[in-house]
Design a protein around this ligand. Structure first.
Ligand SMILES: NC(=O)c1ccc[n+]([C@@H]2O[C@H](COP(=O)([O-])OP(=O)(O)OC[C@H]3O[C@@H](n4cnc5c(N)ncnc54)[C@H](OP(=O)(O)O)[C@@H]3O)[C@@H](O)[C@H]2O)c1
Length: 319
């Protein structure tokens, strides 16, 4: 009977659902426009308390400056205290009323609780958590000799988001707050040499899309998927991994992310042209695989043609 029902669903629900979708899309666009214009208000950031993980450098540092310019109180966390203190000072100059620095290694579960507890103790609550801390890698899956490398990536790129979110959740619910996640286009593009990283980023999409449903009406969630951004992380990547893609300046990326978060957008992909890959993923996955294999990775792990061209043009090559 169940098998029969599934066959029936395949024959009726799938085509029927596509028809409904085609009818729904124009109406949904109009609804979204009216809802955003007349109902959904922009998030007021001034005076709010914002925790930013990975605020010592790169995207996290620039996000801190963006929130500071908008008058938010900040809690900056990462491992390198000297950089956090320097960024805190700049945030105060840019307009942040109060900045708390909490040095912490977020791969240790208890440190995530410590960051949230100290924020609550100092500011009386938390309104926004920006989960940004992370690290990349540049190895082929099968080339890894020490398998503890896998765990190290997951510890910060996945669990380093789960735990600050978990501990901040009750405070965010009380405040009607927001989570801003710095995911990656790696969550939907199978870039070679970053399988474990991509896996964590895809996991984050699943986590936060589900939390958005579970905590609807209480917490807003904006998932940011940056493409290649000029930071310390991309500076370490070999030219073959970057492929032909240009890097976006980090300030531009951070501004677009905060603007989207303030608008309470569900997703933001920066730069926007990476959205193209979402369509290829659904409608032409083979083409996406070939592009990644031959243009970025190179056939049989040889440098790809476009990587070679970049080298000829004088781009720095990192071994
Ligand atoms: N750059 C890109 O092209 C790009 C593209 C897509 C997504 N992203 C994402 O953007 C986020 C920021 O990366 P980024 O490019 O700005 O690189 P980055 O400059 O290297 O910044 C990474 C941040 O994470 C922190 N961090 C790393 N391990 C940590 C740990 N164990 N505990 C606490 N903090 C830790 C680092 O601080 P400490 O070293 O001081 O601890 C640093 O502040 C990452 O999640 C990354 O996946 C980047």
């Amino acid at each position: 009977m169940e098998r029969l029902l599934n066959v029936l669903f395949n024959l009726t629900l799938f085509p029927g659902g596509i028809l409904v979708l085609l009818v729904l899309i124009p109406g949904l666009w109009v609804f979204r426009f009216l809802y955003k214009t007349f109902v959904k208000k922009e998030m007021r950031v001034a005076g709010k308390t914002v925790i930013i993980t990975g605020a010592s450098s790169g995207i996290g540092e620039s996000l801190a400056f963006e929130y500071a310019q908008r008058g938010a109180n900040l809690v900056l966390t990462a491992r390198r205290e000297n950089l956090l203190q320097k960024n805190a000072e700049k945030c105060r100059q840019l307009g942040s009323p109060d900045v708390l620095v909490v040095p912490a290694d977020l791969t240790k579960v208890e440190n995530n609780k410590k960051v949230v507890d100290q924020a609550v103790e100092h500011f009386g609550g938390v309104d926004i958590v920006v989960c940004n801390a992370g690290k990349g890698h540049s190895w082929f899956f099968e080339a890894v000799e020490d398998t503890s490398e896998f765990q190290k990536i997951a510890d910060i790129d996945f669990w380093g988001n789960v735990y600050p979110t978990y501990y901040a959740m009750p405070h965010l619910k009380r405040a009607g707050g927001q989570i801003v996640v710095i995911d990656s286009v790696g969550g939907f593009i199978p870039y070679p040499r970053q399988s474990l990283y991509n896996a964590q980023k895809q996991g984050l999409l699943g986590l936060y899309d589900t939390l958005r449903v579970e905590a609807a009406d209480e917490i807003d969630i904006t998932i940011a998927c940056p493409g290649y951004i000029r930071t310390a992380m991309t500076e370490k990547l070999p030219v073959e991994q970057l492929g032909p893609f240009p890097l976006l300046p980090v300030k531009v990326a951070a501004r677009r992310i905060v603007e989207a978060a303030v608008r309470r957008d569900r997703y933001v992909i920066v730069p926007g042209w990476y959205k193209l890959f979402l369509l290829y993923r659904i409608f032409a996955p083979e083409v996406m695989d070939w592009t990644n294999r031959y243009i970025i990775q190179g056939e049989h792990h040889r440098p790809a043609l476009l990587g070679q061209i970049k080298q000829w043009l004088g781009y720095k090559v990192v071994d």
